[in-house]
Design a protein around this ligand. Structure first.
Ligand SMILES: *[C@@H]1O[C@H](CO)[C@@H](O)[C@H](O)[C@H]1NC(C)=O
Ligand SMILES: *[C@@H]1O[C@H](CO)[C@@H](O)[C@H](O)[C@H]1NC(C)=O
Ligand SMILES: *[C@@H]1O[C@H](CO)[C@@H](O)[C@H](O)[C@H]1NC(C)=O
Ligand SMILES: *[C@@H]1O[C@H](CO)[C@@H](O)[C@H](O)[C@H]1NC(C)=O
Ligand SMILES: *[C@@H]1O[C@H](CO)[C@@H](O)[C@H](O)[C@H]1NC(C)=O
Ligand SMILES: *[C@@H]1O[C@H](CO)[C@@H](O)[C@H](O)[C@H]1NC(C)=O
Ligand SMILES: *[C@@H]1O[C@H](CO)[C@@H](O)[C@H](O)[C@H]1NC(C)=O
Ligand SMILES: *[C@@H]1O[C@H](CO)[C@@H](O)[C@H](O)[C@H]1NC(C)=O
Ligand SMILES: *[C@@H]1O[C@H](CO)[C@@H](O)[C@H](O)[C@H]1NC(C)=O
Ligand SMILES: *[C@@H]1O[C@H](CO)[C@@H](O)[C@H](O)[C@H]1NC(C)=O
Ligand SMILES: *[C@@H]1O[C@H](CO)[C@@H](O)[C@H](O)[C@H]1NC(C)=O
Length: 446
């Protein structure tokens, strides 16, 4: 009997110990990470752990951590089973991960790549890192024809097509520190099958503005849809939010740009730091985000749906009050479940401290209800879940006058002291700040 009691206590201790260890196995809150579905695993790469770096770049703390959730088994959103994978060679933020449809390799192209857990910038031994999740191995490719102007490029969101070509548009080489940087409006293509790089020539209908913090979504038709974010329209670090009614698109079939006018539908606030996922019906669901220059006020509506056939916005019936307030979070669609994780909570954030999240939320997009338990059998309605990933920045075009409606306000805020990435930049640069305020109607041909 004693023997069995002992065995029982031993087992109990082991179980307790195990659950303790398990409890420790929870990622710290973070934002600006990137995420991708690889097979049945939802991976999260990097992110910034710092809650104070808005006023002190030296406090930036980019993690190299890689976490994943196994979506082949059930879990509760309050206690998801987090798995930690091998760390990246770099601390990482403000980029995007692309998963090759050919062999499921994960590619980090662009983004801020730092020495992990330090504020040491300008680390870039390679412009790209490749993750083989089968064997938890990171490698660096040698890229043929790499364009060195892409070095340190961040605030962009590359997407990959079915043939393994990564399309990356805009961004800049600002690292958050007090260095000079350049804003770009170029489109580069990285062919992951041949590891070759090419930067497209600027064509007559290329966007004239540099774009940042947009979301990029590739439609099955081969069109990339750029939503939201902000632009440097004049090329002098003079920024404005992108109107949600003007949706920049790039056709990967013939490399042509155009702007879709989303009119007649719901009114959607401009935003940065939102997420976008593509549904089976060809709708893009955006979630969260904040206004340019204002990280304490969530945008409205909180969730919106763009029909990419009619180019009309609509607002799903989801109460903002009961919904998590986030920006710079991740979102992925797995069957009918939109899985949201991490990010910054604008409602709780103040000028003295950022409030970051490590929570997980699941929205059933069939009826727009939050669910607390994940069951792989219920997430899908017999289809294979599409694989979409998430967060970052926007779009625009060269002919929309309302792009800059917010610029006057923005310039005003700069003088008061701005926070966050964009704020930093503006603050740093206030001396070379615009000698004039463009108004709607100002030509963008500079
Ligand atoms: C900025 O952050 C760094 C690292 O946390 C710290 O060493 C430094 O004292 C901070 N500077 C200011 C002005 O707060
Ligand atoms: C990972 O494993 C799958 C299944 O065996 C295989 O198809 C794929 O090519 C592998 N990917 C890599 C990058 O090795
Ligand atoms: C970054 O965060 C990690 C984990 O919390 C911590 O161990 C490390 O000291 C931090 N680094 C800096 C520079 O604050
Ligand atoms: C950035 O540079 C400007 C001018 O060179 C300087 O006044 C300012 O203090 C610097 N800011 C930081 C955070 O280092
Ligand atoms: C960005 O690129 C420009 C042009 O190559 C360069 O002068 C500048 O130093 C770079 N900035 C950073 C932060 O690396
Ligand atoms: C490299 O990128 C820059 C910036 O977009 C562009 O001006 C230049 O033409 C590109 N170089 C090549 C060889 O494509
Ligand atoms: C590219 O293809 C689209 C769709 O087929 C077409 O509407 C557009 O005119 C083409 N653009 C160019 C520049 O060929
Ligand atoms: C952010 O926007 C809210 C609502 O418009 C406003 O009350 C607040 O003062 C703004 N904060 C900043 C820093 O501009
Ligand atoms: C929206 O949701 C609320 C609460 O879930 C419900 O009472 C209301 O009827 C819904 N409205 C529509 C148009 O579905
Ligand atoms: C929403 O749909 C799911 C099935 O997709 C169902 O289990 C759930 O009960 C529904 N919720 C509401 C509030 O109707
Ligand atoms: C999902 O369905 C399969 C087959 O119907 C079953 O074997 C499995 O246990 C189910 N998984 C969960 C988590 O319910």
């Amino acid at each position: 009997m004693n023997f069995f009691q002992n065995i029982q206590s031993l087992l109990l201790i082991i179980i307790l110990l195990f659950s303790f260890v398990n409890c420790q196995n929870i990622p710290k809150p973070r934002y600006q990470q990137t995420s991708s579905l690889i097979g049945n695993r939802l991976y999260f790469f990097g992110g910034d752990l710092s809650t104070t770096d808005y006023k002190n770049y030296s406090a930036m703390n980019l993690t190299n951590e890689v976490w994943y959730l196994d979506l082949s088994s059930s879990f509760n959103t309050a206690t998801p089973r987090w798995n930690k994978d091998v760390g990246m060679p770099i601390g990482y933020a403000l980029g995007a991960s692309c998963v090759s449809p050919i062999d499921n390799s994960g590619f980090l192209v662009g983004g801020r790549m730092f020495i992990p857990n330090t504020a040491t910038n300008n680390l870039e031994s390679s412009p790209a890192y490749i993750f083989n999740s089968n064997i938890s191995l990171w490698t660096t490719p040698s890229i043929i024809g790499f364009n060195s102007s892409f070095k340190l490029r961040n605030q962009n969101q590359p997407v990959i097509d079915n043939s393994g070509k990564i399309y990356t548009f805009g961004g800049n080489n600002d690292t958050g520190f007090n260095n000079s940087y350049v804003d770009y409006n170029d489109m580069s293509i990285f062919d992951t099958t041949s590891m070759t790089w090419s930067t497209l020539a600027i064509s007559t209908n290329s966007p004239l503005s540099s774009h940042f913090f947009y979301t990029a979504t590739l439609l099955p038709t081969g069109i990339i849809v750029y939503i939201g974010g902000y632009v440097d329209r004049l090329g002098i670090h003079f920024y404005g939010a992108v109107s949600m009614n003007h949706i920049l698109t790039f056709n990967t079939k013939n490399y042509s740009w155009s702007t879709m006018v989303a009119s007649g539908g719901a009114t959607i606030d401009s935003r940065i730091g939102h997420s976008a996922v593509l549904t089976q019906n060809g709708d893009i669901i955006i979630y969260g985000g904040v206004m340019l220059y204002n990280y304490t006020t969530p945008v409205t509506p909180y969730i919106a749906k763009l029909d990419t056939n009619s180019w009309m916005w609509s607002i799903p019936n989801l109460s903002q009050i009961n919904s998590p307030q986030l920006c710079f979070h991740s979102a992925a669609l797995y069957g009918n479940y939109m899985i949201i994780a991490f990010g910054l909570n604008p409602s709780l954030t103040s000028s003295s401290s950022f409030v970051l999240s490590n929570n997980l939320y699941i929205l059933d997009i069939k009826n727009y209800t939050w669910v607390t338990s994940f069951n792989p059998n219920q997430s899908t309605s017999n289809q294979k879940p599409p694989l979409i990933k998430s967060p970052t920045t926007s779009s625009d075009d060269h002919s929309n006058n309302d792009l800059f409606i917010e610029i006057g306000i923005a310039a005003g805020i700069v003088l008061l002291g701005v926070f966050f990435v964009v704020g930093f930049l503006l603050y740093k640069r206030k001396n070379q700040y615009p000698k004039f305020i463009p108004t709607p109607g100002t030509t963008d041909r500079i």
